[in-house]
Write a protein that binds this ligand. Structure first.
Ligand code: S3P
Length: 444
């Protein structure tokens, strides 16, 4: 399907955003491995998280799903059953990387595969540490999925410094460490999202964090079991980012987004936007493990910035939205040290170059980033011809582009948008509810 986008009005009103994708994956994994009954509130019913849930169903875990609540009958650390067939994780990098950690410690073998995009993403970053832990994991496709994981009796714990700033790699090792002997230490030089650490504490896993001048060490001992608990998932900050963007760049906007996850390893986009001059009020901050708040965002005159490279891991998924905001700012914006963008659901630097080009925005591309020249004085985007954007099948490229196209006087098209369902199945509904005009059109 494609998105047909007409000029939008300012976005206004109060909205809530579906549950956080990263936390939803982890909640299914931890609750499945826990003893007894856990409850999950606010689970994201997107294709990626449903792929994780189905994988555990295929390994014998029982779920009772009600409107906004899932009861998980955990199998315990050693109660998963051998899946009858290959596990298909669709488009989901988080599912395949975190599950590889769990499956490396099982007494049965398994095979993990995914769609075309997932089959082109690097897995050597998890294969290396898992092999150091004694796992028997192989790629059939030069370091990419499918992955074959052999059975194991017990893994070794490791002391590992992450070569890339990746929460998926860190979390893969922490999940594998549920099945290792002794103390595992994962050292990260740049802080990445810490949802696994927070959730492990909720499920009673002995884990401590040591901050140091080189970054932080996460130390973990093997637990004898995970204790069932209740998990309340806030709205996904990364999905909220598209509506924060819309409110900032579309004149006459005034939007309140309620119950947004405010874990500070995820919200660096707010720091960047505030430095650009964004009017964003954060109120009603609450929540014990995963903090949340309400955000009020108003149309703002933005100016370009040199993004502090330290912020990159904490806004990595929001960079497509930041690039669109940069295009609508006065002056230029520089983002460097972001080569990881090339290893996401698409090569997001390449894809966003294409989007900005179609919109008539000037930019310079580098291997690890981009310089974007904003349009003068927030006037208008001036594409040369009718805009037809290729999302490269990437949900975040599709949604950022749809917001940008809402500024154009003429109708435009974002093609190949089915993957929006991986992370934000209600995107269109909410977009139209707040004043945008985006409809689905069959691909020809
Ligand atoms: C995620 C970590 C990030 C992020 C992805 C979700 C997670 O990936 O881009 O959308 O849930 O751990 P990397 O670990 O590859 O940076």
């Amino acid at each position: 399907m494609n998105f047909k986008v007409k000029k939008g009005k300012g976005v206004r009103g109060d909205i809530t955003i579906p549950g956080d994708k990263s936390i939803s994956h982890r909640s299914i994994m931890c609750a499945s491995l826990a003893e007894g009954k856990s409850k999950i509130y606010g689970f994201l019913e997107g294709e990626d998280c449903l792929a994780t849930k189905l994988a555990f169903q295929d390994m014998g875990v029982n779920f009772e799903t009600n409107i906004d609540e899932i009861t998980v009958h955990g199998s315990g650390l050693y109660g998963l059953k051998e899946p009858k067939k290959e596990i298909n994780l669709g488009n989901s990098g988080t599912s395949i990387r975190l599950l590889s950690g769990i499956l490396s410690g099982q007494k049965f073998s398994s095979t993990l595969k995914g769609d075309e995009s997932l089959s082109s993403r690097p897995m050597d970053r998890i294969i290396e540490p898992l092999c150091l832990m004694g796992a028997n994991i192989k790629s059939q496709n030069s370091g990419r999925p499918p992955l074959e994981i052999g059975k194991s009796d017990m893994l070794n714990s490791i002391n590992y410094e992450l070569p890339v700033a990746s929460a998926q790699v860190k979390s893969c090792i922490l999940f594998a460490s549920l099945y290792s002997e002794g103390k595992t230490i994962v050292r990260e030089k740049q802080t990445t999202r810490n949802h696994t650490e927070i959730m492990f504490k909720q499920f009673g896993v002995p884990l401590s964090i040591r901050d140091a001048d080189y970054g932080r060490d996460i130390e973990m001992y093997t637990p004898s079991s995970l204790k069932s608990t209740e998990i309340d998932i806030p709205g996904d900050f990364s999905s909220a980012a598209f509506f924060i963007l819309a409110a900032l760049i579309i004149p006459n906007s005034n939007l309140t987004i309620k119950n947004v996850g405010m874990n500070e390893t995820r919200t660096a986009l707010l720091n960047a936007f505030q430095e650009m001059g964004a009017e964003i009020d954060i109120t009603n901050k609450r929540g014990e493990f995963e903090p949340r708040a309400d955000l009020n965002v108003k149309f703002s005159k933005l100016k370009g910035i040199n993004l502090d490279t330290k912020l990159v891991p904490n806004l990595i998924d929001e960079l497509p939205a930041l690039f669109i905001a940069a295009a609508m700012s006065s002056g230029s914006t520089a983002v460097r040290d972001a080569e990881e963008l090339r290893h996401k659901e698409s090569d997001r630097l390449e894809a966003m170059g294409d989007v900005l080009g179609s919109l008539g925005v000037d930019f310079n591309m580098f291997q690890d980033g981009i310089n974007i020249s904003g349009v003068d004085d927030n006037k208008a985007l001036s594409p040369f011809e009718r805009v037809r954007i290729n999302s490269f099948g990437d949900h975040r490229i599709a949604m950022s582009s749809a917001i940008a196209c809402s500024l154009l006087d003429q109708d435009s098209l974002v093609i190949n948008t089915d993957n929006v369902n991986t992370s934000f199945p209600t995107f269109l509904k909410i977009a139209n509810q707040v004043g945008l005009d985006i409809s689905l059109e069959k691909s020809s």
